[in-house]
Structure formats: structure tokens, C-alpha cells
Design a protein around this ligand. Structure first.
Ligand SMILES: Cc1cc2nc3c(=O)[nH]c(=O)nc-3n(C[C@H](O)[C@H](O)[C@H](O)COP(=O)(O)O)c2cc1C
Length: 150
């Protein structure tokens, strides 16, 4: 099984969450390929050759999708993701009204293009702590079970 992850992270919290996820998947003998969306991978080059895909983002001011992944987000609208299994997670800060809104926006964009959101969205408060690590490991377990059952 192969899973591709794309993320954006400004201060490292989301990157940390992605590293925890990558480690959890690798421990299950799953091949993981991770991309920083700021490196500019095209949607068509990302959504290929894997069994499932993970998108990870923080949330920027007033609940918007961050600049680092906005082009990718926009391009999803014009890309056919019918039946493609996707999971979305991210970090945010509950002191903002729109906690982790960008996680929802990414998931909605994927769903609008036909994707299957395979596991519940995972929203993490700032840098992952022990309970978040456990939640990410559960996310990894659910995702791999869903993909294996397809
Ligand atoms: C200017 C600014 C605006 C933010 N707006 C939101 C927001 O609307 N909702 C939210 O959940 N978090 C918001 N955050 C918090 C970040 O999403 C949070 O710190 C996140 O963990 C940063 O991820 P990163 O370390 O991967 O860059 C904001 C942070 C900054 C600096």
C-alpha cells in the first residue's frame, strides 16, 4: 500500500503532525511519500500512483486556506477525484473563531470534485501533544483499514 501526503506549514505544527502520521504509517509497512505544497507539485502529479492521499494544512487568518496550499486547493476544483480516497487533517488554534476551518475547506473542495473522505477530519490544537499523537495514530489505522477494505 502506498499513501501520498501533501502539507503546508508555516511554524512547524502541521509538519510535526505529518511526521507523526508518516511514522505511524511507515510502522505499518506502508510506503509514504510526503510533499511540501510550497514546492509546487501539480494536482495531476500528486493524485496518481497511490492507494490513498492525505492533505494537511493549518488555518490562516479569518479561517482561510493558507497561501502555501491555495493554488493546489484552487486546482482541485478543476480535477476529477471521483472515488479517490482522501483524508484531511490539520492544526489550528481554538482562540480563533474559525478553528481549523481550512481543514474543512480542503475536504469540501475534494468532495466537490468527487473524492471520498475516508476518515473523520482530524483537527489538532497547535503542536501535537501526546493525546494528539494517539489521535493521529488512530487516523492512520482508520485510513489503512478503509483502503485495505476497498
Ligand atoms: C495570523 C494568524 C491567523 C490565524 N488564524 C487562524 C484561524 O482562523 N483558525 C485557526 O484555527 N487557527 C488560526 N491560526 C493558528 C494557526 O493555524 C496555528 O498556529 C497552526 O498550528 C499553525 O500551523 P503551522 O505551525 O503548521 O504553520 C492563525 C495564526 C496566525 C499567525
Amino acid at each position: 500500500m502506498k499513501i501520498k501526503i501533501i502539507y503546508t506549514s508555516l511554524t512547524g505544527n502541521t509538519q510535526e503532525a505529518v511526521e507523526v502520521l508518516s511514522d505511524a504509517l511507515t510502522a505499518k509497512k506502508i510506503e509514504v511519500e510526503t510533499f511540501d505544497s510550497e514546492d509546487g507539485i501539480e494536482v495531476a502529479d500528486f493524485f496518481t500512483e497511490a492507494d490513498a492521499y492525505v492533505l494537511a494544512t493549518f488555518t490562516d487568518e479569518d479561517g482561510v486556506v493558507p497561501d502555501g496550499i491555495i493554488d493546489f486547493y484552487d486546482d482541485i476544483a478543476d480535477f476529477d477525484l471521483t472515488e479517490v480516497p482522501i483524508a484531511v487533517l490539520g492544526t489550528g488554534d481554538t482562540s480563533y473563531v474559525d478553528f481549523c476551518r481550512a481543514v474543512e475547506l480542503l475536504a469540501e473542495q475534494c468532495q466537490a470534485s468527487g473524492a471520498q473522505i475516508t476518515v473523520p477530519l482530524l483537527k489538532i490544537e497547535l503542536a501535537p501533544e501526546a493525546e494528539d499523537v494517539a489521535a493521529i495514530e488512530k487516523f492512520a489505522e482508520q485510513l489503512t483499514q478503509q483502503v485495505a477494505a476497498r
